[in-house]
Design a protein around this ligand. Structure first.
Ligand code: AR6
Length: 173
């Protein structure tokens, strides 16, 4: 069984085997947590992402898919890049947000990562409501078949942390 921990802080400083990047299709960087990860990992991360684009995902990383690179200057050995769905009121894309989490854990298993830190995928530039993202993320990790022993959700800001804490309590209680 995977244990879930909540942390209020910065994903890029986490001392875990792998951190998950809320990336975009291009894998060539962006704002939010993606920008912070590229700044902290150094320029070799962008080179590694370009290699993945040339070899494996020539048309870009699809939404809900995940792929690992090294972490370079990060404390984490691996970065698992995934692309969250954008929020849309009239279309239910939750299966894609589920897939981000299950595929990231599957990739973590492939590289042998036992501790994995996630941001709140899709809740920034992609506008997914924090409470629904927390519900999906926590339920998916609880239900996953994985060798990952610890999942850390690293939340930036007390409000996001509190939403995850209420949801974790609700699902575990
Ligand atoms: N540590 C932890 N959480 C963070 C950090 C950090 N250093 N920085 C931001 N967050 P976002 P998305 C939170 O926008 O919604 C990028 O440009 C943030 O407060 O990073 O999946 C990509 O290239 C929010 O709760 O990711 C894509 O184009 C959460 O991380 C697009 O944004 C996710 O916000 C992806 O959008």
């Amino acid at each position: 069984m995977t244990s879930i921990r909540l942390v209020l802080g910065d994903l890029t400083t986490q001392d875990v085997d792998a951190i998950v990047n809320a990336a975009n299709h291009t894998m060539l960087g962006g704002g939010g947590v993606d920008g912070a990860i590229h700044r902290a990992a150094g320029p070799k991360l962008l080179e590694a992402c370009r290699r993945v684009r040339k070899t494996t995902f020539r048309d870009g990383l699809p939404t809900g898919e995940a792929v690992a690179t090294e972490g370079f200057d990060l404390p984490a050995r691996w970065v698992i890049h995934t692309v969250g769905p954008t929020w849309a009121k009239t279309i239910d894309k939750s299966d894609l947000l589920v897939s981000c989490h299950t595929r990231s854990l599957a990739v973590a298993d492939e590289v042998g990562a036992r501790s994995v830190a996630f941001p709140a995928i899709s809740t920034g530039a992609y506008h997914w409501p924090m409470d629904d993202a927390a519900r999906i993320a926590i339920a998916t990790v609880h239900g996953a078949m994985t060798g990952v022993e610890e999942v850390r959700f690293v939340l930036r800001g007390q409000a996001a942390y509190d939403v995850f804490a209420v949801e974790l309590e609700r699902q575990q209680g």
